[in-house]
Write a protein of this length. Structure first.
Length: 322
C-alpha cells in the first residue's frame, strides 16, 4: 500500500531551567494511504509533541532538533512558512484535543468553518456556506445549525464541528489528537465511529493519538506504541493484540480489562516514566521491565523488524530474530 507520510528519526526537545527534556527521540513510522494509524502511550510519552512537530506547530520552549516528516514528497520539517500555509488544511489538518478551546465563542460555527474554506480555496461566500452545510451534515449535524454559536452545542457536537473544520479543505491526512478526551463514554464511541466512517467513505488517512488501547485496537489498521519519547513497537493491530513483542506492549495489554475474560487478572506496570532531562543511557523501559538484562541498562535497543511489517525495540526481539 502506498505511503502518504514518512516520519524519519524525528527528535524534539523542551528547554527547561534544568536542561533539555528529550521528549521525542529518533521517532520513525509511516502512514499509508487510506489507513488509520494509532499512536498509543501513557500521558507524557511524546504523542502530542510528535503531532505538533509534524504540523510544525511546536512552539518554544519546544523545538525540533532533527528528523524528517515527508508528506507526499514534501518534507514538512524543512518547509518554509509560506509552503506550510499551502499544505496545512489542504493536505494535512488536525482535530484538536479540546474543541471547547479550539472554537471561538464570539463567532458562529459557520463563520469559523467558512473562514478556513475561503482562506485556502478561491470560492465565494455563497459556495462556502453551501460547503459548510454539507460538512455539518457529513458529521451528523443539521446543516441549518451553521448560524449557531459554540455555546449552543454540547461537547460531542463541538467535537463534530472540529472534525468538520478539519475536513473543510479535503485533506489527505488528518491527525486526531486525543479528540475524545473529556467526553463521556457513549459520546467517545460515537466520535470514534464517525472518524472510522469518514476514513472509509472519504479515503482518508488518519493518525489517531490516544492513551486508550482498547479503543484504538477496535478501529486502527496499525498501531505504533510510544514510551518515554521513543517508538517501542509498531505493527498491524492484530499482531499488537495477539502477538506483542515488546514488554511494554505486553504490560499495556495486561493492564487492560477484557469483558470476554471476566476472570482475567488485570495488572499494572510498576514504577514510573524516567526523567527525560537525564534519560537512562540504555533502554528507557529498563527500570520497569520484568525481562530486563544488564545490557538493557547501558545500551539502546534499536527498532528492528521481527517479522514482516512488525518492528520492536527490544534486545529480546534481536535474539528471537537470530
Amino acid at each position: 500500500m502506498e505511503t502518504i507520510l514518512n516520519v524519519e528519526n524525528l527528535t524534539a526537545h523542551y528547554v527547561t531551567e534544568k536542561g533539555e527534556a528529550r521528549a521525542v527521540e529518533d521517532v520513525s513510522f509511516t502512514v499509508r494511504k487510506r489507513e488509520m494509524l494509532g499512536l498509543i502511550g501513557e500521558s507524557g510519552c511524546g504523542k502530542t509533541t510528535v503531532a505538533q512537530s509534524i504540523l510544525r506547530l511546536l512552539e518554544y520552549p519546544g523545538k525540533i532538533v532533527s528528523g524528517k516528516a515527508v508528506l507526499d514528497g514534501n518534507d514538512l520539517i524543512q518547509a518554509t512558512e509560506k509552503e506550510l500555509e499551502k499544505i496545512r488544511w489542504s493536505e494535512i489538518s488536525v482535530i484538536p484535543q479540546s474543541a471547547m478551546n479550539a472554537l471561538n465563542p464570539i463567532y458562529t460555527i459557520g463563520d469559523q468553518i467558512i473562514e478556513s474554506i475561503r482562506t485556502h480555496n478561491s470560492i465565494d461566500k455563497k459556495e462556502a456556506i453551501k460547503r459548510t452545510k454539507e460538512l455539518l451534515e457529513l458529521v451528523g449535524i443539521d446543516g441549518e445549525r451553521w448560524k449557531s454559536y459554540p455555546h449552543e452545542f454540547s461537547g460531542g457536537m463541538k467535537q463534530r464541528v472540529a472534525i468538520a473544520m478539519a475536513l473543510s479543505c479535503s485533506p489527505k491526512l488528518i491527525i486526531s489528537d486525543e479528540s475524545t478526551t473529556g467526553l463521556d463514554v457513549l459520546t467517545q464511541a460515537q466520535i470514534i465511529a464517525l472518524l472510522k466512517k469518514l476514513q472509509l467513505e472519504l479515503d482518508l488517512s488518519i493518525i489517531l493519538i490516544s492513551h486508550d488501547l482498547p479503543m484504538v485496537t477496535a478501529v486502527c489498521d496499525r498501531i505504533a506504541i510510544m514510551y518515554a519519547g521513543k517508538i517501542t513497537e509498531w505493527a498491524d493491530t492484530k499482531d499488537i493484540v495477539y502477538d506483542p513483542n515488546h514488554p511494554y506492549t505486553k504490560g499495556l495489554l495486561d493492564a487492560t480489562p477484557d469483558i470476554t475474560q471476566p476472570d482475567k487478572k488485570v495488572s499494572s506496570i510498576p514504577g514510573t516514566v524516567p526523567n527525560l532531562i537525564q534519560p537512562p543511557a540504555g533502554c528507557r523501559f529498563y527500570s520497569r521491565c520484568p525481562y530486563a538484562m544488564e545490557k538493557c541498562n547501558t545500551n539502546i535497543p534499536p527498532l528492528i523488524q521481527v517479522k514482516p511489517a512488525h518492528y520492536s525495540a527490544c534486545f529480546l526481539a534481536e535474539e528471537d530474530v537470530q
